[in-house]
Write a protein that binds this ligand. Structure first.
Ligand code: TRP
Length: 461
């Protein structure tokens, strides 16, 4: 599969919509599903949060994703230039150009902490292989994680390695190779998650986990957690910053966008729920583990399971390799829109474009590294540096760009353009989708954004 996104002149379409599905799934499935979804679910009290998240995916994420793919395919350039071309072609106000910008900035901010967390996963690979967790209990697992977080040199080393991997793939144009790897390894990740699920079913407290995840307790829900669920539904689908728009540029004309998007959203949600059902049974079976533990949840709970299962040394190692690869294919899609733009419009070559953006994200990432040690007590409005970047991107920028995309495609873009892109879709799909995009998406995203921000700042202040 060709993921090389930056030929400026002719954009060769991918051979089939399956290739798009693979690439978009590679972008969507990442740390958001395996690391972030379980921990924010734990922090927000479980079932009710999961339900809101699922409703957000279905009602807001999927329609906005259709809109973003459609924009990408229509424009067939980097997201910033796609927006510029479309607004010019339709004689629209230049304000809409800023959408592309917002995306590039959001991508770099997300990549900055993404590479630190992916670095944690990298650090666990040799540790697993060395048998550090064999027979380890909760206390040992926690102690290992705490020691890792306290060691800035190690954190920066692993963060840097992950960033080099990302920049390296994008710079050398071996994206094609990674594409093939992802095609083989993503299904493997799926199989391994299934195996973890079976282990959790046999050895963990499966029913407590199922009740926690699927029995909604609405008293646990606040405006703040609804906004977090909305923001995460955009984060996990890679929406609102141009990743999906950039991949949409390669989708063959005439292929059904609706069906394709449904497939990607389904796979992404499935992986998140599987990760939740692999982690929480273990959390509930071990009194020392806390579902609301935060970002450390995955890294402290699962090693306990690997330490106890037959062959856990190998399974644990393979698991963290696969998490790294899932993160890798997502990280590439975070940097690519910015790189594509620097090449198209600023005359950078692929190498310098990558190095420059990679360096900015890396330097910003140092703030996240420090958030877990030296700067842990240094908070701004209740957020650490990492918390603030996560908040700014997931809970403000992504919903905001999602909102703007819905308004742009639903109200501003000429209907002829929109309709012709969806000619490959079922005719009953178009009016329903358009209605949701025009009315439900702007109103719901706007309301959740306002209520959530109000709730966050009144509660934190
Ligand atoms: N969706 C990825 C994950 O869940 C992260 C990601 C990749 C992303 N590209 C994005 C998030 C664009 C927001 C926007 O891990």
């Amino acid at each position: 599969m060709s993921l090389a996104l930056t030929q400026t002149k002719s954009y060769p379409a991918w051979s089939s919509r399956w290739v798009f599905i693979m690439a978009a799934t590679g972008s969507a499935v990442g740390l958001g599903n395996i690391w972030k979804f379980p921990y924010i679910t734990g922090e927000n009290g479980g079932g009710a949060f999961v339900l809101v998240y699922l409703v957000c995916i279905l009602l807001l994420g999927i329609p906005v994703m259709v809109a973003e793919v459609l924009l990408g395919r229509r424009g067939r350039q980097s997201p910033i230039n796609t927006m510029r071309e479309l607004t010019r072609a339709a004689g629209l106000h230049g304000f809409w150009n800023h959408l592309g910008w917002l995306g590039v900035v959001a991508g770099l901010l997300i990549l900055s902490f993404y590479s630190v967390i992916a670095g944690w996963a990298l650090a666990y690979i040799p540790e697993m292989g060395r048998g550090t967790f064999q027979g380890a209990g909760v206390a040992e697992s926690q102690a290992f994680f705490d020691a890792l977080l306290a060691d800035k040199t190690r954190l920066v080393a692993w963060q840097s390695l992950f960033m080099l991997m990302t920049v390296g793939v994008v710079a050398c144009g071996v994206v094609k190779g990674l594409g093939v790897a992802v095609r083989i390894l993503m299904p493997l990740l799926f199989v391994l998650l299934l195996a973890m699920l079976i282990f959790a079913y046999r050895h963990g407290d499966f029913s407590a986990a199922a009740a926690f995840l699927f029995r909604p307790d609405f008293t646990a829900l606040t405006g703040r957690s609804v906004l977090e669920a909305l923001g995460h539904s955009f984060f996990t689908l890679s929406l609102g910053m141009g990743s999906i728009m950039a991949y949409g540029a390669y989708m063959p004309a005439g292929a059904s966008i609706g069906k394709t998007v449904l497939m990607v959203a389904f796979l992404d949600t499935l992986v998140a729920l599987m990760a939740g059902m692999a982690i929480f049974p273990i959390v509930f079976a071990n009194p020392g583990l806390n579902p609301g533990a935060g970002p450390e949840l995955l890294f402290v709970s699962l090693p306990v399971a690997f330490g106890a299962m037959p062959g856990g040394l190998l399974v644990g190692m393979v698991f963290f390799i696969l998490v790294t690869i899932a993160a890798w294919s997502s990280a590439i899609s975070l940097i690519e829109p910015g790189v594509a733009w620097l090449i198209e419009k600023r005359g950078f070559n692929r190498f310098t474009a990558n190095i420059s953006l990679g360096f900015i994200a890396w330097a910003l990432g140092l703030g996240t590294v420090l958030s877990f040690n030296d700067w842990a007590d240094f908070t701004l409005g209740g957020f650490t540096f990492f918390g603030a970047i996560d908040f700014l991107t997931s809970r403000i920028m992504l919903p905001l760009t999602g909102l703007l995309i819905a308004i742009f495609v639903g109200w501003v873009m000429p209907k002829m353009m929109v309709k012709s892109e969806l000619s490959g879709d079922n005719s009953r799909f178009y009016p329903l989708w358009l209605w949701v995009l025009r009315y439900i998406c702007p109103l719901a995203i706007g309301a959740v954004l306002l209520l959530g921000l109000y709730d966050t700042f009144t509660a934190a202040g």
